[in-house]
Structure formats: C-alpha cells, structure tokens
Unconditional design. Structure first.
Length: 186
C-alpha cells in the first residue's frame, strides 16, 4: 500500500529544494500531481475525479476528489484532498478543512485503501492566535480534529455541524518562507 504521508513530505522537500512555487490551491494540486505521476509506476494519477467513477453510492459531502491515484482495475484506490486558503476567513476555512476529513471518511467507507488531506497555509492565524475556543482549539491548541464540530459563522452558526467518526491528530510543519502544512491520513 502507498504511504501517502511520505509522498506528501517528499513533495514538500522537493518543492523547497527545487524552488517550485506554490502560490494557490491550483498550483499545489498540479505540482503535487506531476510529482506523484513521475514517481508512481503502474498507477494513474488524475485530478478532480467524480466519486461516481469509483463508487455506486456517491452520496457524499463533496462530489469531486482533488487527486486520485489508482491501479488499472481500481483494486487499489487513494484520494488526496488539498486546501491552500489565501483570503483569510479563518474559522470558515477551518470548517472546510473538517469537511474534507469527513469526505475522506466517506471515501474510505466506499472502498478507498487510503486517503489524506493536505492543508498549506501562509497566514499565522490558522495555527496560532489568542482565541483558542470553538473551531480554533482543534487547529491552534489540540492539533487534533474529532467529534462533532459546529459551523463557526453565518446563519447556520451553531446549528450546522459535521460529525467525524475518528480522531485525527496532526502537526503543523514549516515549509517555504512563512508557510506551514499538515497531513492527515484517514
């Protein structure tokens, strides 16, 4: 089975050593996909695949997978979800990080061997700040995402929520100048 975490860590080492610019989510997706495609013989690496390509039960929290890796007969399938937020909105973006984890749990339930989410941020408030309550505690203090997590803003604040089956611990790792990333395998 593929070690997604190792591939992601190798990718970030490669981008730093080779001065590959990652400037938004689109560049992250494509640079990582190219990196994986060059290293994975016998696998397809594809972008934005609909869940229905892999599972008849495609009623999931999201419809498309950022990066899929699979062999010819789809007996091995992997999914990677990516986030690279650029415009603040810290609590809402954190909620979308949680949504990706829920999506990966759903993909695992539909036969994916391994899944991972990769989040790359350049703004300090994602990983550090004075307010460590609500959704902030998961990303700034506990470094673990679990249980019932409520939508932090908007009309559905405190009403809409996501329930995670597992507990997913992570650590923020420094990369590039002021950026940090984490990998969570589901």
């Amino acid at each position: 089975m593929l070690d997604l975490r190792k591939f992601v860590e190798d990718f970030f080492m490669y981008t730093q050593a080779n001065k590959v610019e990652i400037y938004n989510e689109f560049s992250l997706q494509h640079e990582m996909g190219i990196f994986l495609r060059e290293r994975l013989q016998g696998y397809r690496v594809q972008f934005e695949r609909n869940v229905s390509y892999f599972a008849t039960d495609n009623k999931t929290i999201k419809k498309e997978i950022d990066i899929t890796i699979f062999n010819e007969d789809k007996s091995e399938k992997y999914a990677i979800e990516l986030k690279c937020p650029l415009n603040g909105q810290y609590p809402e973006q954190m909620y979308s990080f949680v949504k990706d984890i829920k999506f990966l749990e759903e993909l695992k339930d539909r036969g994916f061997n391994k899944t991972a989410t990769v989040t790359l941020v350049s703004d300090r408030p994602f990983y550090e700040g004075r307010n460590n309550e609500g959704i902030y505690k998961y990303f700034r203090e506990e470094y673990a995402v679990y249980g019932q997590i409520f939508k932090p803003t908007g009309t559905m604040k405190g009403k809409d929520f996501i329930i995670l089956k597992g507990r997913y611990e992570f650590s923020w790792k420094s990369v590039f100048n002021n950026s940090r990333y984490y990998v969570i395998e589901v």
